[in-house]
Design a protein around this ligand. Structure first.
Ligand code: ZN
Length: 329
């Protein structure tokens, strides 16, 4: 059987009940952060609609001809479009292909489905090319748009889709699943914290060398609060890890610290305990100023021109050290 993740049950049930009442929308906008499993959800949902041996529990059987074709990525009634490369645009000719595809009759006599991933990658003419189909969708067709940043989508697109949010709220489901997946030895709570609640991102962190780096970064932030350090040497170490990644992790940490400070985020993971120690004595305004500085540097490093990354890292370290020193006990 092909099922959604345990933390997606609410959204799944919502769509199933719409389906049962013959009220399935022709266009869905699935919105949630990276690592929450939007692709897997849309795949499970497409499989359920296309399965020819469905047993009435709402899930695809996983073994019929339709399910096999789907798993092989060759189902004639499903088309998925993505940018040619990550970060690139979805262009109008890809959308034209999709529009043509969705107008044709279903080969299996069921639904026709098309997935756009991520929807915010569509450039303006691609988005315009989709409007007519969103306004007058063919019978038994469903368009599924996936997005991490729904605010970037044109309002003309958003207003023609039923939006389904996938927030990172149900910690218990995610944590149980993650623990089961990683085994009893893994610190699932710590990983989920570092992934800001997105379970698939937590797995990515565990499988890369990011975990050790992030923990060491936390230790560095803390020791900067306690004692002076060699700024150049520390910046060199961070630069060797990759400046963009370091700024991204730091942004995550300062975002989490601001949320802890506001009382809207708390869990018992070791990461949160570390962060509580680091932010001790600082106020929200100071944390937000740090965040702003990091965001500027992050965008600068990400930008097209090459600049002095070491200098930007040193700049943050000096800023943080000064701030931390002011509040040092
Ligand atoms: Zn099936």
């Amino acid at each position: 059987m092909i099922k959604p993740f345990p933390w997606q049950i609410k959204q799944w049930d919502h769509l199933q009940s719409a389906y049962a009442q013959n009220r399935l929308p022709h266009a869905l906008l699935l919105a949630g952060p990276a690592g929450i499993g939007l692709q897997q959800f849309s795949f499970s949902f497409a499989a359920a609609l296309l399965c020819i041996e469905s047993r009435g529990d709402g899930h695809a059987c996983g073994i019929c001809k339709s399910c096999h074709l789907l798993q092989a990525g060759t189902h004639p009634d499903l088309l998925s479009i993505q940018p040619e490369e990550t970060g690139k645009q979805i262009k109008v000719d890809m959308v034209r292909e999709l529009v043509g595809f969705i107008q044709n009759k279903s080969q299996f006599g069921n639904y026709k489905l098309a997935i756009i991933d991520p929807a915010e990658a569509m450039n303006r003419s691609a988005a315009n090319g989709l409007l007519k189909t969103l306004e007058e969708p063919p019978a038994d067709s469903v368009l599924i748009l996936l997005t991490e940043k729904s605010a970037l989508l044109p309002i003309t697109i958003r207003s023609r889709c039923q939006k389904i949010d996938f927030p990172v709220s149900n910690q218990k489901d995610s944590l149980d699943w993650l623990q089961g997946r990683l085994g009893a030895d893994a610190d699932a709570a710590q990983l989920l914290s570092l992934a800001q609640g997105a379970p698939l991102k937590a797995i990515e962190i565990q499988e890369s060398d990011q975990l050790e780096q992030q923990l060491e970064l936390l230790r560095d932030l803390k020791s900067l609060r306690e004692q002076r350090c060699d700024v150049v040497k520390l910046a060199e170490k961070w630069l060797a890890w990759d400046a963009l990644l370091v700024f991204m992790h730091l942004l995550n940490f300062f975002n989490m610290m601001s949320r802890i400070k506001l009382g809207i985020d708390s869990d018992n993971s070791s990461v949160h305990k570390h962060l509580q120690g680091i932010l001790k004595g600082l106020d929200l305004v100071q944390l937000i100023r740090c965040y702003d500085l990091l965001l500027r540097h992050y965008n600068a490093v990400r930008g097209p021109t090459s600049l002095n990354k070491q200098g930007l890292l040193e700049d943050f370290i000096i800023y943080w050290q000064k701030l931390a020193g002011q509040n040092r006990g």
